[in-house]
Design a protein around this ligand. Sequence first.
Ligand code: FES
Length: 153
Amino acid sequence: MVDPVVRSDEPGWIPVCDLGRLKAETIVRVAGRDMLVIWSEGDVVACDRACPHEQADLGLGQVTAGRLQCPRHAASFDLRDGAITAGWPSPPLRLYPVKVTGEQIWVEEPERRCGAMMASCPCFARRVKTIRVVDFAFGNNGVLLCMGLFSRF
Ligand code: FES
């Protein structure tokens, strides 16, 4: 069953499910988003649903010892920082901020995160006007990369 997307009074956060459900199911899909929440070693983690290697559905993966194993090629991701198993030619798994209020789990909307990260985008330093930011990601070397459409000022 897919839960409806319900917005809270606090902008930028999506209510996902309650803690009891996540503990029982380990992996829960975020309705209306390509994201997952995961119960891992007593903590709640949110991440992309698509594997960054070849886009397998990580909602069908397995969680063991703090790692999420992809169902397609058996690479796994460290759920503390998204790092993939050594030797795989893939960027890390993207993680998202999570908060828990009472029993409710919330995930920060990616659009809100993009807005907050624009200030640190190197395109601003090059005086490039952002038309539309698609997303941000960290490269393997930890450098922030932005993916969007740009024009000169
Ligand atoms: S698609 Fe996930 S490891 Fe290859």
